[in-house]
Write a protein that binds this ligand. Structure first.
Ligand SMILES: [Zn+2]
Length: 159
């Protein structure tokens, strides 16, 4: 099944107010029946406690005047260190985040294994206490590339 990730719409998901340059909003990622749901909350909604618990990642995005993509590594670490997520090791999201960090030399691929026809890779960053064994997703190259781009955009501030 295709995995879709929404881009920031430049507006608050809760009150539809536009984000203005110079302000900061909070992005959260939720997992909903195998999809990833993005919720961007402005400061007012944040203070009003309108935001739901249970996000797998949460990070701040500063609205810049110029369009600029900055990858939120702290949000990625949150996802990878979430020990309460029982499906962490099987989500395509997890694998792609590991690849992104491995490319930046923040994670090391330390093992590969095949179990019951499924391929697994183990990534590690000792100083951050991250050790993730993750299933290599069964996606074709085109679908994989698209998902990777969506995830990169998703984890970047692009207001
Ligand atoms: Zn709002």
């Amino acid at each position: 099944m295709p995995v879709k990730i929404e881009r920031s719409r430049g507006t608050c998901s809760l009150c539809s107010e536009s984000f203005k340059a110079g302000t900061t909003y909070t992005s959260r990622l939720y997992v909903e029946s195998e999809q990833y749901k993005r919720v961007d909350a402005c400061g007012v909604c944040e203070d009003d406690g309108k935001v739901n618990d249970g996000a797998v990642a949460e990070w701040k995005v500063k609205v810049e005047k110029k369009k600029k993509l900055v990858l939120s590594e702290s949000a990625i670490w949150q996802v990878l260190k979430n020990k309460e997520d029982p499906e962490l090791s099987t989500r395509p999201l997890t694998f792609i985040l590991c690849l992104m960090l491995a490319r930046k030399r923040k994670l090391r691929l330390i093992a590969t294994a095949k179990v019951k026809g499924k391929e697994y890779q183990t990534f590690e960053n000792k100083s951050r206490g991250v050790h993730v064994k993750v299933q290599v997703p069964a996606l074709g190259p085109a679908a994989f590339h698209q998902l990777q781009q969506e995830i990169e955009t998703f984890f970047s501030g692009d207001a």
